[in-house]
Design a protein around this ligand. Structure first.
Ligand code: C2E
Ligand code: CA
Ligand code: CA
Length: 640
């Protein structure tokens, strides 16, 4: 039998060793939390980094965070997880994410309500633990949850699980308490910085009015609401007359101050819901979401005009400004933001031409010019004469460096004018309806080409084909796509159709039905130009999507602009939460590539790897099955 004194000594020694171990972990945790505070780009990224660090240091296999609902009466599973073994613990994650937990209920609910950490030695057997069965199924045992706190609030609850049976240790509670306090501070600061940044990216820095992107989003919401309520609305673009002269004579600094004064004067038209914006230069825009009672759009425009009857005062001088206004009405002049803005802008051109002051859009303003008629005629010939050629731009996996897909980009090989880029003829094709047969032709050519490459034994890759909005306004898209796949024998799983947010938001229900039908055959869908349209990712969740393409405008300055970096980081985190893969578009430099890799982006596409090239140039890239040493050598130089 062991002498009781020596067993006490052993216990003391053990305790000391345990405490020392905890202390070293604490130091390490503190260091990594502080570090992630400096390095992480978004608040979410700082949390994720901490969860990972804690799991690694404590040897816990699952870590995760719950965040409160807006009303703070419930907790929803956050998007941020660490899973030591994603396949094994994936089902547990999935189940957890499906739960919303009321404050006070279960392990995390109790932690949230009391602000106290909580330990369960064996969660798989504890009846008070709501997910006991699911924990048992994947072999998770001990559970530990603690609040992330500031002095006033509980910001969220972190929970950790291990496959071992571990008893609660007071030293651990103390350590985690200290870490949680630090984390609370870090998270709160990051959240603030991030909100300020998001606000900055939706407003115009000069006047602090919403910018174009924000305005488009407001206009879109108004159109959708108007569709439901049946009330018409209007959008008006205002352009200051002769502002250029003022700018040149008084200087740009004075010009800027004058623009700010104009913005202030227009403010009453902004309402509380950001219905006023500065588009660019001396162009402002006003949204009248609902024309009620006897109020007409023309009366609103008159009222704006009257605002300019009084002079502006600048450095003691009185300056008279006048304004031209062009407007369009919804739903009569258009039912989507792009059409309404285009028509308001055509009306504005007309006012300027006529030297009038207010003009609303009229259909007759858009009589086709003879140039357009000629181009349309040529475009029809192009379709009949097989003048459309397809270029392919590789999409590269940022982990393995291999080509996983290609975007198909159409060009018009004109017999006299040479190679015409899509921007020059797609809009016309859309307006004239020629886009329908054109897309059928593009799809068919792409599928035939894909099939040929497969027959030659080349690496099978996804082909991304762009769709226009028009397709969803007319019937028969789904049949024609399925027929094409059938005829060409190209596998549906390898066809990825790209749609912009605008297209998806326009006719939501019909689009969802069509996409689901095609998706049931294996066809994949990508959101194109993501980030430019202001729709929320959670909304897009209703569509059967598999890929999200981050618009080039965010990638361009990713190395130099922390705001863009934060946005891209948040987009990637959210996309992954929705099980979407992310492609970054427009990658031109190694530096951009490095940042994207660092942010966990899945794929990239851009001149850095290769410009879009015709099939004869694309084939060797596929044939070599070359793994691109990322950041070392691009496939084809940017000048190719
Ligand atoms: P998109 O779908 O956003 O296509 C990407 C555009 O970015 C392509 O322009 C591509 O050449 C360009 N790009 C790729 N990498 C880089 C880069 O690193 N830097 C820069 N600055 N640009 C890069 P492209 O080929 O001129 O096509 C323009 C747009 O025309 C496309 O934008 C798409 O909206 C439309 N389009 C092209 N092909 C089709 C088509 O077959 N059907 C339809 N409906 N639209 C098409
Ligand atoms: Ca595209
Ligand atoms: Ca794009």
């Amino acid at each position: 039998m062991r002498d009781p004194k020596s067993s006490q000594a052993i216990a003391r020694k053990r305790k000391r060793a345990g405490n020392e171990h905890m202390r070293s972990i604490e130091v390490e945790l503190y260091r990594s939390v502080a570090l992630s505070a400096c390095e992480a780009i978004s608040p979410e990224a700082s949390l994720l980094k901490c969860i990972e660090q804690i799991c690694r240091l404590m040897d816990w296999q699952v870590g995760h965070i719950y965040l409160p609902s807006q009303k703070r009466d419930a907790l929803a599973s956050g998007s941020l997880w660490y899973l030591a073994d994603p396949i094994r613990f994936g089902p547990y994650q999935e189940y957890t994410e499906s739960l919303v937990i009321s404050s006070g209920v279960g392990l995390v609910g109790a932690v949230f309500a009391t602000g106290q950490a909580h330990w369960i030695a064996d969660a798989s057997k504890d009846p008070s633990f709501l997910r006991a069965r699911q924990a048992r199924e994947v072999g998770l045992r001990s559970a530990f949850a603690f609040p992330i706190r500031t002095c006033k609030d509980t910001l969220g609850v972190m929970e950790f699980f291990t496959t071992r049976h571990v008893e609660a240790e007071p030293a651990l509670f103390q350590t985690m308490n200290d870490v949680a306090k630090l984390l609370g501070k870090v998270y709160k600061r990051k959240r603030l910085e991030f909100d300020v940044m998001m606000k900055a990216s939706s407003s115009d820095p000069l006047t602090h009015l919403p910018n174009r992107a924000m305005f488009s989003s407001r206009l879109h919401e108004a159109i959708v609401r108007g569709r439901r309520s049946g009330a018409p609305g209007a959008v008006m673009i205002m352009d200051l007359d002769r502002f250029k002269v003022i700018n040149e004579t008084l200087g740009h600094e004075a010009g800027d101050r004058l623009l700010r004064a104009v913005a202030d004067r227009l403010l009453p038209f902004g309402g509380q819901y950001d219905h006023l914006a500065r588009l660019a230069g001396d162009e402002f825009t006003i949204l009248v979401p609902e024309l009620t009672g006897t109020q007409t759009a023309a009366q609103v425009a008159e009222a704006v005009h009257e605002l300019f009857e009084q002079p502006f005062s600048l450095d003691g001088h009185s300056i008279y400004l006048s304004v031209s206004i062009g407007g369009s009405l919804f739903p009569t002049d258009g039912e989507d933001t792009a059409t309404l803005m285009k028509h308001a802008s055509i009306a504005l051109d007309q006012v300027k031409k006529d030297q009038g002051k207010i003009q609303f859009y009229q259909h007759s303003m858009q009589t086709p010019t003879s140039d357009r008629l000629i181009l349309e005629h040529h475009l029809r010939q192009a379709l009949d004469g097989d003048e459309l050629v397809l270029h392919y731009q590789p999409q590269v996996c940022l982990r393995s460096g291999s080509i996983v897909g290609a975007e198909v980009l159409v060009r018009w090989q004109h017999p006299d004018m040479g190679l015409i880029p899509p921007g020059k003829f797609i809009p016309l094709a859309e307006e004239t309806g020629l886009i329908m047969p054109m897309t059928e032709q593009i799809l068919k050519k792409a599928c035939e080409q894909g099939r040929r490459w497969q027959e030659e034994g080349l690496m099978p890759i996804r082909l991304g084909v762009n769709l226009s909005g028009i397709h969803f306004k007319r019937n028969g898209l789904d049949e024609s796509i399925l027929e094409t796949l059938d005829e060409t024998g190209f596998p549906a799983e390898l066809l990825e159709l790209e749609l912009t947010e605008g297209i998806m938001m326009e006719n939501v229900e019909a689009t969802i039905t069509t996409l689901k039908k095609l998706n049931a055959h294996g066809i994949q869908f990508a959101v194109d130009d993501f980030g430019t349209g202001y729709s929320s990712l959670s909304y897009l969740k209703r569509f059967p999507l598999s890929v999200l393409k981050i618009d080039q405008s965010f990638v361009r300055d990713i190395a130099g602009d922390p705001e863009d970096r934060a946005i891209v980081s948040a987009i990637i985190a959210l996309a992954h939460r929705l099980h979407l893969k992310v492609i970054a578009e427009g990658v031109e430099t190694e530096e951009q590539l490095r940042f994207l890799q660092g942010l966990g982006c899945d794929y990239a596409q851009g001149y850095y790897f290769s410009r879009p090239v015709d099939s004869s140039h694309f084939r060797p890239m596929l044939a070599s099955e070359r793994i691109i040493p990322l950041g070392m050598t691009a496939l084809i130089g940017a000048g190719a």
